[in-house]
Write a protein that binds this ligand. Structure first.
Ligand code: F3S
Length: 420
């Protein structure tokens, strides 16, 4: 790689040991991917925030102790626990302590305590065309696709290095020609009412991810006024069933005013028509067929926005959550603060919903809870729930999740997928 004189000095250790390590990692990564240079990034989103193994904690602490300081704004993905209300989550002492160690290390290096997988909802929001280095798959695909910022799918530890140096290797999705679509997903065959229903988008995203893998899909047939929460759910699902880092929705996302615009005028050879049956089959693949009485309802994967919390409260409409069911809603501490101030938090908690901040529902301490099955409106959660927690799960629309929370019964035979 061609390094500037300043980059060479950092690599030689003139800016300290942490910057030297970070620069060495970035140069190695760039070399592997054929990058010719580093580019400045405007901000970084750090994914190495969930305590899983000691290595993550030790790397963050080592960089902090070696003088590491973030030279660009850096936001933080969820912790393994609700750092504001650990008692509500019944968090084991060692998990909390390791999460606190990560918290201390990141804050000492200058991170913003966002603790959210949806950093695009508040605070550090990039703009169109801006070069950034984000980790966390749903955030990456949202930033690239919905905002039009530019980031590769960066991973754990590399994100810390990018924040310390303020640069990333210039390859892949940082480059305009690498952002062109590889295949077309044709959603025009879906019934119009389904294309207008936010519940369709986690499943459409899930199918898209399966078809696209790590390639860039262009999706046609989506209404121009599709809500942001649908785009968010679509991207999160596509990034979990596949490795989608960027999608184009024609007439919706900023680099896709037309199909030609995001294909560079190339004729697309691979076109997949998606039908309502495809979405129904995806829902079946994501659902335990025997699940009738889930005792855990999870929403907020990715973290709910204030608007999504408002929708949840509206659907509950003052009804109480069934006594045999826990209804958990996850969000950032920023949104939580707004909810507390506005009274929305009280409205929800009065119905029996528990609102968690900072945390990821896939990391809840299983030993402290005796759940038998979970229901969620998130395809990402349903995709990972059994493999990561051992808990059988199913996906349903948000209105269906709310009805199940209130009645204690899940009725998949009355699911919206049976209507098409
Ligand atoms: Fe966020 Fe955890 Fe879901 S990090 S996207 S809540 S799996």
């Amino acid at each position: 790689m061609d390094l500037t004189p300043e980059e060479q000095r950092i690599l030689a250790g003139e800016n300290g040991e942490a910057a030297r390590i970070a620069m060495a990692v970035l140069v190695d990564l760039g070399t592997v991917f054929g990058a010719e240079r580093l580019i400045p990034v405007a901000q970084v989103h750090i994914d190495t925030t969930l305590y899983m193994v000691d290595a993550g904690v030790e790397f963050a602490e080592r960089m902090a102790a070696a003088g590491g300081r973030f030279c660009v704004p850096a936001s933080l993905n969820p912790a393994a626990v609700d750092l504001l209300h650990p008692e509500r989550m019944r968090v084991p002492a060692d998990l909390l302590e390791n999460s606190r160690r990560l918290e201390r290390a990141y804050l000492s290096m200058g991170a913003a305590p966002t603790w959210t997988c949806a950093p695009y909802q508040q605070g550090l929001i990039p703009r169109f065309g801006q070069q950034i280095a984000w980790a966390e798959s749903n955030a990456i695909v949202f930033a690239n696709s919905v905002i039009g910022a530019r980031t590769n799918r960066y991973g754990d530890l590399m994100d810390i290095c990018a924040a310390i140096v303020g640069k990333a290797p210039c390859f892949g999705l940082h480059l305009g020609p690498q952002r062109q679509a590889d295949l077309v997903i044709d959603a025009a065959a879906l019934p119009h009412s389904l294309r207008r229903d936010p519940a369709a988008y986690p499943l459409l995203g899930y199918v898209t991810g399966e078809l696209a893998g790590d390639r860039i899909p262009a999706i046609v047939g989506i209404p121009a006024d599709v809500p942001v929460r649908a785009l968010k759910a679509f991207g999160a699902a596509a990034a979990s069933s596949g490795a989608v880092g960027l999608f184009h929705m024609i007439g919706v996302t900023p680099e896709a005013g037309s199909l030609e615009m995001c294909t560079g005028g190339q004729k697309m050879e691979e076109i997949h028509v998606v039908t309502a049956e495809d979405l129904a089959e995806a829902a079946a693949r994501l659902s335990d067929p025997d699940l009738r009485r889930p005792d855990l309802i999870v929403v907020g994967c990715p973290h709910y926005s204030y608007a999504e919390m408002t929708t949840l409260a509206g659907l509950l409409d003052g009804r109480r959550v069934h006594p045999d069911v826990a209804c958990w809603a996850f969000t950032s501490r920023a949104v939580y603060g707004w909810m507390a101030e506005s009274g929305l938090l009280r409205t929800l908690t009065d119905t029996g919903v528990t609102v968690f901040t900072d945390a990821c529902p896939l990391q809840y301490p299983k030993s402290a809870w005796s759940f038998t099955a979970a229901l969620s409106d998130s395809a990402k959660f349903a995709n990972y729930c059994f493999s990561q927690t051992g808990l059988p799960s199913a996906i349903a629309s948000l209105p269906e999740c709310v009805e199940t929370a209130v009645t204690g019964r899940h009725a998949p035979e009355r699911s919206i997928w049976k209507r098409f």
